[in-house]
Design a protein around this ligand. Structure first.
Ligand code: IPM
Ligand code: MG
Length: 355
């Protein structure tokens, strides 16, 4: 199978980490897997080149491709642009246009990195959570929105909205994922205050009738934020809306102490997906060759597994990453005394050597 990948390196460390992910993909070619990669612009680099963070040419390529691999977007030089031109808009636009409603964000603690967490090792050791975040609805996209004049002052407003069908389709993804893992699903809402999330809870309960083998529980988002640091191992799969998922997934990622290790997938109804590391563009270290490429490499593995069902190749990459960690290779973000500090390219080399 020859797959067509749309590659969007983006800004900051994006191009450096992407280069390593592509080298790793290159190294697992064969055994019925081949790919062609076509690059396009997104985010700040796209604004600089074309005036918009999600140019028409990128949109065309993304739609034609079988999957999309993205580095990172954003940087301080674009922060003062009008909202429509900010790099983040490019990300929101591609998610919406391609209907990538299901965002899977695993938070896994690699045993070798237990000391990287700010939490006690016994609280996080063995941590393996999957956050399923709805990605194309909620207050991120709800209308009306804006800032208007009212009684002589400015008033800012957004709309938190979910339809039954939007909740049901993300719920199904989460139940299916839980079924393949520990069979526990915790749905996170704020039903004590917000009607849209009362509907969220109602629909999750209705849906649970189709998944008798999965244990469904519910948690209010404030409590969930607290439980994630108090006793994170109580969770298997969590499912929540766009905004709560944005916040909780950052929190969950830091339990592992190494956001530089975590991949993510954003899928449509046919499992076409956009794969990207969970971390940002790290402008402070961009171009220095020190960024951790592992989250992007693991995102490429996730792509092989979720969009192409190439489990063997995906596992090969994931195993190579584990071996490299066990052998003591560390980029600066996960470095500790007694390990071997390497740069972006050396980390890529080490993964390729362990494949
Ligand atoms: C994320 C990011 C984005 C989001 C931003 C960059 C628009 O924080 O992917 O979590 O809020 O979804
Ligand atoms: Mg976020």
């Amino acid at each position: 199978m020859t797959i067509k990948i749309c590659v969007l390196p983006g800004d900051g460390i994006g191009p450096e980490i992407m280069e390593q992910a592509l080298r790793v993909l290159d190294a697992v070619r064969g055994d019925g897997f081949d790919f062609v990669a076509e690059k396009a612009l997104i985010g700040g680099c796209a604004v600089d080149a074309t005036g918009t963070p999600y140019p028409e040419a990128t949109s065309r390529l993304a739609k034609e491709a079988d999957a999309i691999l993205l580095g990172a977007v954003g940087g301080p030089q674009w922060d003062s642009l009008p909202r429509e031109q900010r790099p983040e808009r490019g990300l929101l636009a591609i998610r919406k246009e391609l209907n990538l409603f299901a965002n899977l964000r695993p938070a896994i603690l690699y045993p070798e990195l237990a000391n990287a967490s700010t939490l006690k090792p016994e609280v996080v050791s063995g941590l393996d959570i999957l956050i399923v975040r709805e990605l194309t609805g909620d207050i991120y996209f709800g209308q009306p929105r804006g800032i208007r004049e009212e009684n002589g002052e400015r008033v800012g407003f957004n709309t938190m909205v979910y339809s039954e069908s939007e909740i049901r389709r993300i719920g199904k993804v989460a139940f299916e994922a839980a079924r393949k893992r520990g069979k526990k699903l915790c749905s996170v809402d704020k039903m004590n205050v917000l009607e849209s999330t009362q509907l969220w809870r109602d629909v999750m309960i209705e849906l649970s009738a189709d998944y008798p083998d999965v244990e469904l529980s519910h948690m209010l988002v404030d409590n969930a934020a607290m439980q994630l640091v108090r006793a994170p191992k109580q969770f298997d799969v969590m499912v929540t809306g766009n905004m709560f998922g944005d916040i909780l997934s950052d929190e969950a990622s830091m339990l592992t102490g190494s956001i530089g290790m975590l991949p993510s997938a954003s899928l449509d109804a046919n499992n076409k997906g956009l794969y990207e590391p969970s971390h940002g563009s790290a402008p402070d270290i961009a171009g220095k060759g020190v960024a951790n490429p592992l989250a992007t490499i693991l995102s490429a593995a996730m792509m092989l597994r979720y969009t192409f069902n190439l489990d063997a190749q995906a596992t090969r990459i994931e195993t190579a990453v584990k071996k490299v960690l066990a052998a003591g290779y560390r980029t600066g973000d996960i470095y500790e005394a007694g390990t071997r500090r390497v740069g972006t390219k050396e980390m890529g080399d080490a993964v390729i050597a362990s494949l």
